[in-house]
Design a protein. Structure first.
Length: 662
């Protein structure tokens, strides 16, 4: 301990937010606040002062913000992230001698004690502050100290000592020689807005052809753009678009027997045309892909690309870098398995290879290649089967030059693994929403995601279905279940997506009883659908996405609050903008078979409401109702519409005694 440190009398601890003792950064999007709290205190009766320090990671100069006292030695301040990239922040505190002197002086004066010596002490502190000040402030402080020493009348001297304006100047120049700084610089990753609020639509381009049986192309996919954008989606997510291997190609329904017309799985990457930087010849050329990206952008859509780091036996890597794959004792290469599932058509990469550094560099170059083609969003397949250090490194490397890039982790695995991937850099993450069905399950899970430390690093992206997962709820619940789940996804989460058009057409036939695989899965064959099917949920989804775009309350997650309902089949929750100018109240019937009714009990204070009547305008069903007080009645028929998405409009009275609602 140095001499200076030995005289430091301030303790700074308990800084929040802080993830894993500062090992990982928290996440924010542009314009969002980082609210920092810390415990700052001193021995004895001295008055502590503290500041929040923050800066861009690549800058040297700290910005300072004074922290305000919350009570019980807790202090708080906040700053906003305004640029993409990484910020760092910490807290510094010191014993404020001038503030302590002034506080004690007031107490002595109130007790009518002799304060002549204390006034001389104060003059000395003010002179010291003048030495740290510049310009007019220094002159004002020197004059103040001189007047304190020269004043004769005790009453005038005391009044001069308590001059508020001069005290404010002195407080700007504290003695921080023995300040204590929190020993860690904590990180913040600032992402673009789409990291916080996005609406995804997954589509297989090879199924976009207008003629039955023909392999779709990127040009065919262009014709779908108005349909997808018209429903209000802003991300078009494509499964892998690379060449598909021939060796051990899977047939329909994941059969190990392949016939000549079988197209194979897009996740079986690599063929004679190339690997992860090549395009399946049936889809088109690299120029066709670039055109699709541009056309999608014109329609208000960003193209997200699936990255799956695995190879078929026909992938160029297998011949060029056999050391990147695990060799079995019989000389064969280990194919992928997730017992009892077997994936004979793909080889996993061996990240424990002696040539791992070259492997890492090559995989980074895959991301760079597609960024150069205009892709800024990547959905990564099964990242939990690759090492955490690799993701920590590659995401950080990409974001150094391309901080706008978004990474979505498709990791349906154990919670700690999912959370570790998010901490290591993933912008968004798949979640357990797909399997949370009951009122208690949903409330507990989303309370964890939005009210605990998890929210600082884990941004959930909610998917009611995927090409791999047809949940039991959708299998048995039919159209009402699909409606309920998409409303839950789109209102519980600011980020959500669907695998379409399977979702809006309510495809719900499993391959096997009790399983979650689709019968005749699109993963293994080309599909053709009737987008004009009258049973389509297109209109419902469009209304939902319009509500999301028009209401800031639905564009973030942290304001989520659950409200009691006296019926366990009804789930009620609200979201609001920070200033409570926009409030959305959602009620969902979780019973896809029966009409359910009940009384909702609202926390009026949290919604900025009082005892006056207020309107609830249904953004899905168009109805408007007048409610008053905390308890209000709801009834939902799942065959008609299993959910209300209400916009709350508060009553406002004018001088002419005319009421209207905002």
């Amino acid at each position: 301990m140095s001499f200076a440190e030995g005289r430091a009398r301030i303790v700074v601890e308990g800084v929040r937010p802080e993830v894993d003792a500062g090992r990982f950064p928290i996440k924010r999007t542009l314009g969002e606040a980082v609210v920092v709290e810390a415990a700052v205190f001193a021995d004895g009766h001295g008055s502590p002062a503290c500041v929040l320090l923050y800066r861009r990671e690549n800058e040297r100069t700290w910005q300072e913000l004074p922290m305000r006292a919350l009570g019980n030695d807790r202090w708080q301040a906040e700053f906003r992230v305004t640029d993409l990239g990484q910020y760092v922040y910490t807290v510094e505190g010191w014993l404020d001698e001038f503030r302590t002197w002034r506080s004690d002086l007031i107490k002595r004066m109130d007790a009518e004690q002799d304060v002549r010596v204390e006034l001389l002490i104060g003059a000395g502190l003010i002179e010291a502050a003048a030495g740290r000040a510049k310009g007019s402030d220094a002159k004002r402080l020197r004059a103040w100290a001189r007047d304190l020493r020269a004043a004769g009348d005790p009453r005038e001297t005391e009044q001069l000592a308590l001059d508020e304006a001069l005290a404010d100047v002195a407080l700007q120049y504290p003695d921080r020689q023995f300040a204590t700084r929190y020993p860690k610089e904590l990180g913040v990753v600032a992402d673009r807005e789409k990291a916080r609020f996005s609406t995804w639509y997954e589509l297989f381009p090879r199924s976009c052809a207008s003629e039955p049986g023909r392999h779709g192309t990127f040009r065919d996919c262009e014709r779908w753009l108005p349909y997808i954008a018209g429903m209000g989606f802003d991300v078009l997510y494509l499964p892998p678009i690379h060449p598909i291997g021939i060796t051990d190609r899977k047939g329909k329904n994941n059969s190990t027997v392949c016939v000549p017309d079988d197209v194979g799985s897009p996740w079986a990457i690599g063929g004679k045309e190339g690997g992860h930087k090549a395009i399946h010849s049936g889809l088109g050329t690299i120029e066709d892909f670039q055109r699709l990206v541009a056309k999608a952008s014109e329609a208000g859509l960003e193209v997200a690309l699936d990255i799956a780091f695995q190879c078929t036996p026909d992938h160029p890597y297998v011949k060029e870098h056999p050391e990147w794959f695990r060799q079995r004792p019989d000389g064969t290469i280990q194919y992928a398995e997730n017992p009892p599932k077997k994936y004979q058509d793909i080889y996993p990469l061996d990240f424990e290879s002696e040539k791992w550094r070259l492997l890492w560099e090559e995989l980074r170059s895959v991301f760079v290649f597609w960024i150069e083609q205009g892709v800024q969003i990547f959905r990564v397949d099964n990242p939990h089967t690759k090492p955490f250090p690799f993701w920590d490194w590659v995401i950080a490397e990409i974001k150094k030059k391309h901080p706008e890039v978004i990474f979505l982790a498709e990791a349906f695995t154990r919670p700690k693994v999912m959370y570790r991937l998010a901490k290591g850099g993933y912008t968004q993450s798949y979640s357990y929403f797909t399997w949370r069905n009951t009122k208690q399950e949903l409330a507990d899970y989303f309370t964890e995601l939005t009210r605990s430390e998890v929210r600082e690093f884990f941004r959930p992206n909610l998917w009611p279905n995927t090409p791999d997962i047809l949940p039991e709820y959708l299998q048995i619940g039919g159209r009402p279940a699909f409606m309920a789940r998409v409303v839950l996804a789109g209102t519980l989460g600011a980020n959500y997506g669907i695998y379409g058009p399977a979702f809006e057409l309510c495809e719900n036939t499993p391959r096997d009883p009790g399983g979650e695989e689709y019968l005749n899965s699109e993963k293994y064959e080309i599909k053709q659908r009737n987008l004009e099917d009258p049973a389509s949920l297109r209109d419902v989804i469009t209304r939902l996405n319009q509500a999301r775009r028009r209401n800031p309350a639905l564009q973030s997650d942290w304001s989520l609050r659950f409200h009691p309902v006296d019926n366990d089949m009804l789930l009620c929750y609200s979201k609001s903008s920070a200033d409570l100018s926009n409030i959305i109240l959602t009620v969902v019937n979780l019973d896809f078979a029966n009409t359910q009714a009940g009384w909702v009990t609202l926390d009026l204070g949290s919604l900025g409401l009082d005892d006056r009547p207020f309107q609830v305008q249904d953004l899905l069903g168009d109805g408007t109702h007048l409610w008053q007080g905390p308890r209000n009645f709801v009834q939902l028929d799942p065959q008609v519409l299993p959910a209300h998405v209400f916009r709350i409009r508060r009553r406002v009275s004018t001088e002419k005694d005319f009421d209207y609602y905002l």
